[in-house]
Design a protein around this ligand. Structure first.
Ligand SMILES: C[S@@+](CC[C@H](N)C(=O)[O-])C[C@H]1O[C@@H](n2cnc3c(N)ncnc32)[C@H](O)[C@@H]1O
Length: 269
């Protein structure tokens, strides 16, 4: 029952996995501070875990912490882990309008009601929720259960209408059974030697999430067949093009290759 109490916050629709299908039967540890016991019980239920009262955290791997109103991810010994805040969305919006331009969603916040967007590799959900803030309806799919947990927790706190967060394979949404106006693909970039250490969000993603085994070309083709508007593929600035895009939007370090979708628009319900 707790999962429903937490999952149905006014406005945001978060569709939980069925009761019989927990996120992962894993050994990930979940700690909580006393004020966040309810949140901890919800996530313990989703992960099939026993929540433990906070200790010094002598784990060898990542652990989840329910603290205050949020869930956070910590490395061994860390006092402050990673979690996304609504302010991170503001920062992202200020930091680069390129994503919104690439997706055809530049304008006033809330202006694009009725535009259907699929973020098939949603990660922490920052890009997806930035799009949702423009008013569109958004399906976010993230494969890694722990990344998904942080994403779902973030979406619950941001509390936008018409946001659906799923844990699973985003490619399964490109099976022709429904179309989207915009399909956004942000695959993991292959690792490369870097001079500077990337930010915490990227470090944690690199440690947890894996590149999808399918080629980007396959994702693009499948995306085109399911997009009535456009497919937006995020690339590093100097990465080769997967196919010649219809247009490109370039930022300081990344590039958005935009392709016209090939699906016929579905009637809106
Ligand atoms: C670069 S990150 C996305 C970052 C995201 N745009 C954000 O704003 O945080 C790519 C994500 O795709 C996820 N992923 C990889 N293959 C996937 C798949 N087949 N289905 C769903 N998610 C997948 C990875 O686990 C990773 O979290």
């Amino acid at each position: 029952m707790l999962r429903h109490a937490l999952g149905s916050c006014a406005g945001t629709t978060l569709i939980p996995m069925p009761d019989t299908d927990p996120l992962v039967r894993s050994s990930v540890r979940l700690y909580y501070h006393p004020e966040a016991e309810r949140l901890a019980i919800y996530w313990a239920d989703r992960f099939v875990l026993e929540p433990a009262k906070a200790t010094s955290g002598a784990d060898s791997e990542f652990s989840l912490w329910a603290i205050g109103d949020h869930l956070e991810l910590r490395r061994p010994g860390e006092k402050q882990g990673l979690w996304m805040r609504a302010a991170d969305l503001d920062r992202r919006a200020r930091g680069g309008p390129e994503l919104l331009r690439a997706c055809g969603l530049s304008g006033q916040v809330g202006e694009f009601v009725g535009v259907r967007v699929l973020d098939a590799m949603a990660g922490w959900g920052l890009d997806g929720l930035l799009l949702a803030r423009m008013g569109c309806s958004l399906v976010m799919v993230e494969k890694h259960p722990i990344v998904h947990a942080l994403l779902e927790d973030f979406a619950r706190r941001v509390d936008l209408p018409a946001v659906h967060a799923y844990c699973g394979d985003g490619f399964a949404w490109l099976d022709g059974s429904q179309t989207f106006d915009v399909i956004y693909l942000d695959p993991m970039f292959p690792e490369r030697r870097k001079r500077a250490l990337p930010g915490k969000r990227m470090q944690y993603l690199a440690a947890l999430a894996k590149e999808d085994p399918r080629s980007i070309n396959r994702w693009l083709e499948a995306g085109l067949g399911n997009a009535s508007g456009r497919v937006v593929l995020k690339r590093r600035l100097r990465d080769p093009e997967v196919a010649v895009p219809d247009w490109q939007i370039t930022g300081r370090t990344v590039r958005y290759d935009v392709y016209r979708g090939q699906a016929r628009a579905q009637a809106r319900q």
